[in-house]
Design a protein around this ligand. Structure first.
Ligand code: COA
Length: 377
């Protein structure tokens, strides 16, 4: 191939095929295995969507029951892994703590070097889905000096996470808003972290290494880290009366405003209306409308001034904040959801693998001769 065009940031490049999800910016839509994500968020629990992403179809009631039984039975983490989490510096970012915990989980897999087949990797994917919330919650409580709360096996995925973090399951409105966020975060084409997992998989590395790489990529504020940055931004604005001026100043100073813009969607993120609806419900539920009012003014000003629309992180950040979570825990929630999409892509990459190895155009020094150390000035 002799095309010398440089696609900076791989912008507009189609790297491979996928049957998992389709992002359709022209009609502002996203489908997982053909189903619009908005419909999935309204009608399905996250566990159903996880099954769909992995298996290509929505589960029957019997399949869902079996899957939930399996996921619930695997929520415990080993004593050694819990000890690793409890040795993590309390000041560490939760994404770094999670990256290390998933890496350790991989080393606990005795068959890791022997088995890479799809059936084994699907089992590993379900195990990661079940255990990652336990890791996240364990670190959450550890750094606050609180006792570890073991997972419950008799409640759903979202409910159990609240139980492990706060020791209780909140009202169904709060659980639903959290569950919806998981559905919306589950999968999104060849985004940076998913592509990272595929690149790692393409060298025939293992599924845990790929997920660890995905966590590293997701942490960045241009990707998953934006949901945390959005909440810091809202706190900086502080009051609805300051919101418009804050945005105008940010734009005048050419600041990148977190939670706005998207590489693929240029006329709005398909997931935003659904998450905004549930963010509004959180504001109603808590009786605190401040973050909603600030968000509305910021979004209206950005659209009016630059026609740049909010992305999913814009409503999810304040929604998580209103649920009572610490801000730096927001990106790990994204991992709890995206583990489904990442692992589906890892298995898809394995099924039709070709080493991902792009070219670069060299712009460094011209060829020159090495001068021996004693002769160098
Ligand atoms: N705040 C201010 N300006 C923004 C912006 C934002 N959040 N997002 C895009 N723009 C501006 C760019 O500066 C650029 O302006 P220019 O033409 O004057 O240079 C223009 O909009 C086009 O954007 P572009 O740089 O082509 O977007 P991209 O595809 O490279 O970037 C993001 C996409 C997501 C990296 C970018 O929008 C961004 O940094 N957003 C904030 C982080 C975020 O919320 N990430 C989560 C994504 S889901």
């Amino acid at each position: 191939m002799s095309d010398e065009t440089i696609h900076h940031g791989l912008d507009g490049v189609i790297v491979d095929t996928t049957a998992i999800s389709k992002v359709m910016p022209e009609i502002n839509s996203l489908v997982y295995r053909g189903y619009p994500v908005q419909e999935l968020a309204e009608h399905c629990r996250f566990e159903e969507v996880a099954w769909l992403i992995w298996n290509g179809e929505l589960p029957s009631a019997a399949q869902l029951a079996e899957f939930q039984k399996s996921e619930r039975s695997q929520r415990d983490i080993s004593k050694d892994l819990l000890a690793v989490i409890h040795k993590t510096p309390r000041t560490a970012h939760p994404m770094d703590a999670l990256r290390t915990a998933v890496s350790f989980l991989g080393m606990e897999d005795a068959e890791l070097e022997k088995k890479h087949d799809a059936a084994t990797n699907l089992k590993r994917s379900v195990a990661m889905l079940a255990k990652i919330p336990t890791m996240v919650a364990a670190f959450y409580r550890f750094r606050k000096g609180q006792e570890f709360i073991p997972p419950r096996k008799d409640i759903g995925f979202a409910e159990n996470f609240f139980h492990m973090v706060f020791g209780k399951v909140p009202a169904s409105e709060v659980v639903k808003a959290f569950d919806v966020s998981l559905v919306l975060y589950a999968e999104h084409g060849f985004n940076a972290s998913t592509f990272t997992t595929r690149v790692i998989t393409s060298s025939l590395s293992d599924i845990y290494s790929a997920v660890v790489g995905g966590i590293g990529s997701l942490k960045g504020p241009l990707h998953g880290g934006a949901n945390e940055a959005v909440m810091h931004l809202l706190l900086e604005v502080g009051e609805p009366s300051r919101a418009k001026d804050w945005m105008l100043t940010a734009l005048r100073e050419k600041r990148v405003v977190m939670g706005f813009g998207h590489r693929v969607y240029k006329n709005g993120d398909s997931r935003v209306p659904t998450m905004t609806k549930y963010m509004r419900q959180m504001a109603d539920f808590t009786g605190n409308k401040k973050w909603l009012e600030i968000s509305d003014i910021l979004a209206a000003t950005m659209i009016e001034q630059k026609n740049i629309h909010p992305n999913l992180d814009f409503p999810s950040g304040p929604a998580y904040y209103m649920m009572g979570f610490d801000i730096d825990m927001f990106t790990p929630f994204f991992v709890m959801a995206r583990i489904t999409g990442w692992t589906a892509h890892i298995m898809e990459q394995q099924a039709n693998n070709r080493l991902i190895r792009p070219l670069s155009k060299y712009t460094g020094a011209g060829e020159r001769r090495v001068v021996k150390l004693e002769q160098r000035k």
